[in-house]
Design a protein around this ligand. Sequence first.
Ligand code: B12
Ligand code: SF4
Length: 502
Amino acid sequence: MRVYLVNPSHASFGVAVITPRWLFVLAAATPDRWGDPVLCDETLEPFDPAQVAPGDVVGISIHTGNALRGYEVGVLARARGAYVVFGGIHATLYPGEPQTFGGAHSVVRGDGDIIWASVLADCAAGTPQTIYEAGRVAGGAFRPGRWDLLPKNRYMWASVQTVRGCPKHCSFCSVWRTDGQTPRQSSQDVVVEEIVALRRLGFRFIALADDNFYPVSMADLDQAARRRDTARLEELEALRAERFALMERLSRLPDDTVFYTQITMEAAEDPAFLDAMRRARIRGALVGVESVTPEGLKDVYKGFNLAGEALVERLRTFGEHGIHVLGSFIFGLPSDRPHTFDATADLAQRAGVTFAQFVMLTPFPGTLDFERWEREVAGNVAVVNGIPVTRHWLIPQAKRPKVFMPHPVMSAEEIRVRTQAVWDRFYALPRVWERSRAVRSWKARLAFVLISKLYRQMYANTGIATDSARAARSVRIARLIARPCRRLFAGAPMPTLEVPVV
Ligand code: B12
Ligand code: SF4
């Protein structure tokens, strides 16, 4: 019995930005008795079903955006006589779909780290269960990835996870519901050993695939203190202390290592935390700014963020401590108006964010926004190819409409055009060149420009373009830029690197 793990994608670039972590984690969860699993990341090249033999197991991971391609792969694999098992966030939210559309024998809901061995044993015995309720694995039980199975020279960044779950409850995000609101922190030994394994292979750039790298804020500590909840206070302080301890250990890794994470802007309230990040070489972070107005923040239940000038100050604080911000902004919030677009573009510039992404408010399954939207359109839902748009991910890619939250005063097209204009403005060459001052050498500035352009092509044009010609052109351009970009990220392998002693 051979084990295949497939990361579905309808577009292949030959080179990818970040390693899909689940592939390497599930590979590590595959017991030795089944041999090394065959890994296929379709963002590199399409899966070839001809290699699958009857009785093999094909594990497929789906998020909402790639679910339909995942179902195609499942059907092809099942036709070859394989056992087909789905997992990932979308399968967790809609466990019935893979059976209906993807030829699934089984669906795993939740974390696969521990249950995968039982799933494989059941398949080998010919008795796969329809559903496996795997739930949330404790932080100490997270598996490190099998990086020895990584294909050479294909990825720019590797991904390591230090914490799963987020205590917030933003309306557009499903993380707090699927991964939970209790942060689960990975063992520091596992994290450091994984990074050393990656550094030995020549990875200098590592994305920390965390939901929120700052899981305990001062407000959380104050609240526990006010309530005289000693147990809670101790628990939060321990979580926080662990973060500092992890960062201290990361700071002992080779000087040229660069980390990038996702974090709430609350982190800038604590200069000691930002300094620890800088020492740990966490050089950049995606910060969910979402909106520049208090009304917008209220719309998405993100009142803990700042707005206006206080926001500019807070974002600048990251830069002052040597941490580059990738600001993530959402357009199409109920309180947004036409002037919000320019105000946001101006603020992003003034706040000195190094990169920015401007997304349109999208009802992602599993979120509060999705539930509200599904309720509101019930009984009057548009249908494409016989499929209601509330299940838009099942509509073939070529006909799939972009689905955005309806807005009280602007049409989706108006929001799209204005959003595209903000991307154009932020990533205009003179502005990118101006921002590239954030790095020192000419080589680094050139790399900065290339990466800005790649980011824009891979993200903005393919993500929000409506016409397929523009999206196809973006894929071609991204493919061209991707190869030279990968070389810019590669470091010299350090095969003899030791795990730093505690
Ligand atoms: C890191 C990350 C990214 C990175 C890297 C992506 C990559 N190449 O890996 C970047 C920044 C590029 C990214 C981009 C996007 N992301 Co993202 N991302 C994440 C994040 C924070 C962590 C993912 C991760 O690596 N986790 C670590 C691995 C080990 O966990 P895992 O994938 O969940 O796998 C475990 C289980 O699910 C299960 N499992 C998974 N697959 C399988 C398969 C089988 C067979 C089995 C048995 C088990 C199993 O076992 C695994 C081990 O426990 C998640 C949040 C989250 N909590 O999942 C969002 C998340 C996946 N992203 C999300 C979104 C929306 C996006 C974007 C669409 C954003 C945008 N607006 O454009 C893009 C899409 C990119 C793309 N085309 O794939 C959403 C997905 C929502 C949904 N319903 O699909 C999430 C959940 C965040 C959110 N806010 O809700 N993302
Ligand atoms: S802070 Fe980030 S990860 Fe946490 S719920 Fe909000 S959007 Fe999701």
